[in-house]
Ligand binder design. Structure first.
Ligand code: TMP
Ligand code: ASP
Length: 239
C-alpha cells in the first residue's frame, strides 16, 4: 500500500495517509517521554517493540468482541489501522493501586482494586491532563453520557480480556490507558496503542517491572530496553 502525507505527529508516533482513505499507517518511533513530554530520550528498537506488542494485544481484543482500530502489523515498526476521529481523552483502568492514584488519594501502592477503577482524563499536556467526569465531558462536547458509559464498559471488558491473556504469560496487569475514536458511522472503538508505554505490567512471580515506570524512575535506558524486550518475548512470542 502506498504511504501518503503525514497526518499527525505525536510524542512517540507519526500517522500517515494510505491510498485507502479508510486506513492510516501508524509508525512507532524510538522516542520515550514522561512528565507530559518534559523528559525525553531515544531507545533504539523501542518503536518496533511497541508496534509488535500493540499488534498482538489489539489482535487479542479484536478476537474477543472488543473492537479496536488495528488491522495489520507493518514490520518493522508500524501498524495499519482504521482511520478514526480521536476523542481527546485518556481512559485509565486500574486493578492495583500505583502511580497517580497513590499520590492523589489515600490508597497504598499495591492495594487490590476489585472492582477495577475507571477514570477519564482530558488529553491536554499544558493543563497536565486533568481528570474529568461524565458531566465535564458532556459540557465540553467531548462525549455524550451514553458514549462515556460505552467507553467505561468497553474499557472494563478490555481489562478482563487483557488481564486473562497477560496472566497466561505470567504477567500482571496493574493498570493501563486506552484512547477511543469514532469511525465514519459514529461508532466508538479503541484506537492508539497498547504497549509498555501506556500499561503497568509486572512479572507475576517476582514483581519485576516490565514497563515505562523504569524510565519514569530514572533507570538506565539499557535496562528499560531489556524490560521492553522481555515484555515482547512473553506477549508476542509466548515465551
Ligand atoms: P497514572 O498512575 O500515571 O495515572 O497512570 C495510569 C496508567 O495510564 C499507567 O499505566 C500509565 C498510563 N498513562 C499513559 O499512558 N499516559 C498518560 O499520560 C498517563 C497519565 C498515564
Ligand atoms: N505523562 C505520561 C507519563 O509520564 C505520558 C507522557 O508524558 O509521555 O507517562
Amino acid at each position: 500500500m502506498k504511504v501518503g502525507a503525514k497526518i499527525a505527529s505525536g510524542k512517540t508516533k507519526n500517522i500517515y495517509e494510505l491510498d485507502d482513505p479508510s486506513l492510516v499507517l501508524i509508525e512507532f518511533r524510538d522516542d520515550v517521554t514522561a512528565l507530559d513530554g518534559r523528559k525525553r530520550d531515544f531507545i533504539a528498537g523501542k518503536g518496533a517493540i511497541n508496534a509488535a506488542i500493540t499488534a498482538k494485544l489489539m489482535e487479542v481484543l479484536n478476537t474477543s468482541q472488543t473492537p479496536t482500530h488495528f488491522v495489520k502489523l507493518e514490520p518493522p515498526s508500524a501498524i495499519i489501522a482504521k482511520r478514526l476521529r480521536m476523542l481527546p481523552l485518556e481512559v485509565v483502568c486500574r486493578n492495583i493501586a500505583a502511580g497517580h492514584l497513590v499520590k492523589r488519594l489515600p490508597f497504598k501502592e499495591g492495594d487490590l482494586l476489585d472492582p477495577p477503577i475507571v477514570e477519564f482524563y482530558l488529553k491536554d499536556d499544558e493543563r497536565g491532563d486533568p481528570m474529568v467526569n461524565k458531566r465535564h465531558m458532556a459540557a465540553l462536547g467531548l462525549a455524550t453520557p451514553s458514549e462515556a458509559e460505552y467507553m467505561e464498559e468497553a474499557t472494563l471488558k478490555a481489562n478482563e480480556v487483557l488481564k486473562r491473556f497477560l496472566a497466561s504469560r505470567e504477567l500482571t496487569l496493574i493498570d493501563f490507558k486506552l484512547e477511543f475514536g469514532k469511525l465514519p458511522d459514529g461508532s466508538l472503538i479503541i484506537g492508539d496503542e497498547l504497549d509498555p508505554d501506556c500499561m503497568r505490567i509486572r512479572d507475576s512471580s517476582t514483581g519485576r517491572i516490565l514497563d515505562k515506570d523504569l524510565y519514569r524512575r530514572g533507570s538506565p535506558l539499557e535496562e528499560v530496553l531489556k524490560a521492553y524486550l522481555e515484555c515482547k518475548r512473553r506477549i508476542v512470542e509466548g515465551g
